[in-house]
Design a binder for this molecule. Structure first.
Ligand code: GDP
Length: 199
């Protein structure tokens, strides 16, 4: 698929505001500041599709980016970043309720891309996300983002450790190194999306 064709459609704070549950979608999740917006921008080759924030945790909406004009086409879904300490408790509780519900009930959801900063991987909220995906029977692919921040040896060792930790919760999960800065791993990430979209 041509991910460069992604366009912003809408922002939702409740699942009812999402587009009709038809076609195929892949969701992106991660701790706030993990590099999710940058990963979406790298994969779609657009500078500002998802905003890259200097203030982490600002995005508390589900953003929808269709790749085509058809309602039953492919969509990328940008889930709100989690773990932002300064988010109000009411907002955190809202998403603690909405996210597992979305992962569990969304028929068109084909897989979840979980973004983790390679320097801070597999935190408790990442593990919770993996637990929800496993319960929902949802395939997971981990992008170890900002891989440019570590040397090759350390990045490779972290990848192996994260694969083990992730597969302890989701046995079929996959993981790769990723950098939106060097674009390392962008093609591999697109291949995973293609596979989920059946393209
Ligand atoms: P989000 O909150 O998960 O959407 O994270 P952002 O995409 O806004 O990125 C958070 C911070 O990490 C920003 O300052 C980015 O410039 C930086 N960042 C994101 N991806 C990379 C990367 O691949 N390499 C490096 N060095 N920095 C990155």
């Amino acid at each position: 698929l041509d991910y460069r064709r992604a366009q912003f459609l809408l922002s939702a704070v409740r699942p009812e505001q999402l587009p009709a549950d038809r076609g195929d979608e892949v969701a992106f999740a991660g701790r706030s500041n993990a590099g999710k917006s940058s990963a979406l921008n790298a994969i779609t080759d657009q500078k500002q599709l998802a905003r890259v924030s200097k203030t982490p945790g600002r995005t508390q909406q589900i953003n929808v980016f269709p790749l085509t004009d058809e309602a039953n086409g492919a969509r990328l879904i940008d889930l709100p970043g989690y773990g932002y300490a300064r988010a109000p408790a009411s907002v955190r509780e809202h998403w603690q309720r909405i996210l597992p519900q979305y992962l569990e009930s969304r028929q068109s959801l084909r897989g979840l891309v979980l973004i983790m900063d390679i320097r801070h991987p597999l935190g408790p909220l990442d593990e919770q996300m993996l637990t929800w995906c496993e319960a929902a029977g949802l395939p997971v692919h981990v992008l170890l983002s900002k891989a440019d921040k570590l040397g090759r040896g350390r990045a490779g060792n972290t990848l192996k450790a994260v694969r083990r930790g992730t597969q302890a919760i989701c046995p079929l999960a996959t993981a790769q190194l990723f950098s939106s800065q060097t674009r390392h791993g962008v093609d591999d990430a697109r291949r995973q999306l293609d596979q989920w979209f059946g393209a």
